[in-house]
Design a protein around this ligand. Structure first.
Ligand code: PGA
Length: 250
């Protein structure tokens, strides 16, 4: 199958130096690398990860400031991330939208800062349980995409990835069925293809794990996963990555 997969780990606020050593001593010799593996640790561990991880693994941050520099306590700028060789950044994760009140406008500013710093954005979108139950899923996704992306941004070669993460599936053990996820991915594709002809890879996130990865990744419009809980186990994360390898090469 000629579909490149992006298998990305979102460690959230988890990890330690010893966790990183154990993780990569396990992963080092075992992974193939025809697809992209991305790991997003807390900022404080970005350097340890870059030093310890095998070189084919790409590194991502979980957030970026919408400012360039100055009196913004606790923030980290795009320039600082780039200075540390960070290649990706998660933008608009639902936990940032919810706990840090990030709006679509804030998310657009952050996306523009990532582009300025040559860091590829992983733009997260997704509906809440109430929005799904009241048939608003497509409206919410449409607004989240159109208020952040436009023709101009999409025409730049920025390595953008979009992650569809239904909020009700994140960390809950509930997963969208492959068909449900594929429908939303297909909808996102249709919005993006109104703006540009190139297709943008769309990852699924929300309780992706070894047992459901194959069914999800085999769907036409799913190009990878943004994986939280299951990525904290090196063996399970590697198994998901290898499932993507098998689908691509098999
Ligand atoms: P989960 O998290 O895999 O634990 O559901 C995914 C995410 O929040 O990116």
């Amino acid at each position: 199958m000629d579909k490149k997969f992006y298998i990305a780990a979102n460690w959230k606020m988890n990890a330690s130096l010893s966790f990183i050593n154990d993780y990569f001593s396990f992963l080092d010799s075992k992974a193939e690398n025809s697809n992209e593996m991305i790991i997003c640790p807390p900022d404080i561990y970005l350097q340890s990860l870059i030093k310890t991880a095998p070189s084919f693994i790409k590194t991502g941050a979980q957030n970026i400031s919408s400012h360039d520099a100055g009196a913004y306590t606790g923030e980290c700028s795009g320039e600082m991330l780039a200075d540390n060789s960070v290649q990706y950044v998660i933008i608009g994760h639902s936990e940032r939208r919810q706990y840090h009140q990030e709006s679509n406008e804030d998310i657009k500013l952050k996306l523009l800062k990532a582009i300025d710093s040559n860091i590829s954005p992983i733009l997260c979108v997704g509906e809440s349980r109430e929005e799904r139950e009241s048939d608003q899923t497509f409206d919410v996704i449409n607004k989240q995409i159109r208020s952040v992306l436009d023709n101009d941004i999409l025409s730049k070669d920025i390595g953008l990835l979009i992650a569809y993460e239904p909020i009700w599936a994140i960390g809950t053990g509930l997963t969208a069925t492959p068909e449900m996820a594929n429908d939303v991915h297909s909808f996102i594709h249709s919005i993006v293809s109104e703006m540009i002809s190139n297709s943008i890879p769309i990852l699924y996130g929300g309780s992706m794990k070894e047992s459901n990865a194959k069914d999800l990744l085999e769907m036409e419009h799913i190009h990878g996963g943004l994986i939280g809980g299951a990525s904290l186990d090196a063996s399970e994360f590697l198994n998901i990555y290898n499932i993507a390898e098998e689908i691509r090469n098999g």
